[in-house]
Design a protein around this ligand. Structure first.
Ligand code: NAD
Ligand code: ZN
Ligand code: ZN
Length: 354
């Protein structure tokens, strides 16, 4: 078993007040409790949720001061006395669901993200934008040893979430899925998982030629630019061979409008899966159409431990390759600025060593 020297202080990005900014500073390293592990985070993906958390966008308070981040990949460097199935040196991932009670009726049925006692990384407990982070041992993602920690980091939220969303949509191989927000972090992952699952993807995003190019390169069968299309509903339906629209829609965008539009182009008997979380947004759909076209509208929220293992298995087989750029943890605030402007293609990953 490896032995690790653990410093008493470390670099972290700390949000001190709602609205930000994130401040790069030194903070103490915590010690794991009996059922926890201490992880030396090497890389962390930056999810739009981290920006929502800093801005206080949602009707759920964050802890303050807050260390954000929930796509952290690293090595276990210390563990509590109750942790028997993880060794020091094991590669693990910090995901959104940091811990849950494992005893409530949701936890018992593998719906642990719905646990009323859930701990959320980078939201209700400190997350992965620090060099040493704590997570409940039962919930850390077991990362296969063959995976690059830098490349796998975005799977830990974006990958798991879109994989779960595709399962929740009930689409089958050969069917069509529209991915709204396809050029972003979750969207790029969704195109790759859809392709690996034998689905045809219609990518919807806009604003730059780079996004269109990236979506096609990742395997989208069609691309619709929401900023230039004069009739988005017609364009999305026309992308399917019989013109009747996609069997499912994955809503990953950070705007309300696409949540109102999706039922118009989804195929009859199709499903609209809401995953993106734009601030203060509402769903709206015509009752008549929803009824007579038998449309399902549902939410999908991260994934459980089994979804995590499956999403990582797709990745470790080389099926999931998403564009990413790596910058130092010290540059996190710049990443947020680009994200706010919708400029990011794929994912940004921060390297905690700089
Ligand atoms: P991102 O900023 O990387 O990507 C969002 C994309 O949406 C951008 O490419 C943007 O151009 C695009 N977009 C904006 N308006 C659009 C429109 N009208 N039509 C089509 N595309 C549009 O963000 P991300 O990290 O991929 O996260 C997306 C959302 O998902 C966030 O709200 C985040 O909080 C949420 N999220 C939810 C879960 C969950 O479990 N439900 C998990 C992770 C993230
Ligand atoms: Zn996330
Ligand atoms: Zn529970």
């Amino acid at each position: 078993m490896a032995n690790f020297e653990i410093p008493t202080e470390q670099w972290a990005q700390v949000v001190e007040k709602s609205g930000g900014p994130a401040i790069y500073k030194k903070i103490p390293v915590q010690q794991p409790g009996p059922d926890e592990v201490l992880i030396n985070v090497k890389f962390s993906g930056v999810c739009h949720t981290d920006l929502h958390a800093m801005m206080g966008d949602w009707p759920l308070d964050t802890k303050l001061p807050l260390v954000g981040g929930h796509e952290g990949a690293g090595l276990v460097v210390a563990k509590g006395s109750l942790v028997k199935d993880i060794e020091l040196g094991d590669p693990v991932g910090i995901k959104w669901l940091n811990g849950s009670c494992l005893a409530c009726s949701f936890c018992q049925q593998a719906d642990e993200p719905l646990c009323p006692h859930a701990l959320l990384s980078g939201y209700t407990v400190d997350g992965s934008f620090q060099q040493y982070a704590i997570a409940k041992a039962a919930h850390v993602a077991r990362i296969p040893a063959s995976c690059s920690l830098e490349e796998v980091a975005p799977v830990l939220c974006a990958g798991i979430t879109v994989y779960k969303g595709l399962k929740e949509s009930n689409v089958r191989p050969g069917q069509w899925v529209a991915i709204v927000g396809a050029g972003g972090g979750l969207g790029s992952m969704a195109i790759q998982y859809a392709k690996a699952m034998g689905l045809h993807a219609i990518a919807i995003d806009g604003g730059s030629a780079e996004k269109a190019e990236s979506c096609k390169k990742l395997g989208a069968a069609a691309y619709v630019d929401f900023t230039t299309s004069s009739d988005l509903v017609t364009d999305v339906k026309a992308a399917t061979p019989d013109g009747l629209g996609p069997h499912a829609v994955l809503l990953l965008a950070v705007q309300e409008k696409p949540f109102q539009q999706a039922t118009e182009y989804v195929r009859s008997r199709g499903s609209v899966v809401c995953i993106g979380l734009p601030a203060k947004a509402y769903l709206k759909a015509p009752v008549f159409d929803t009824v007579v076209r038998m449309i399902t509208i549902k939410g999908s929220y991260v994934g459980n431990r089994q979804d995590t293992a499956e999403a990582l298995d797709f990745f470790s087989r080389g099926l999931i390759k998403v564009p990413f750029k790596t910058v130092g943890l010290s540059e996190l605030q710049n990443v947020y600025e680009m994200m706010r402007e919708g400029k990011i293609v794929g994912r940004y990953v921060v390297d905690t060593s700089r």
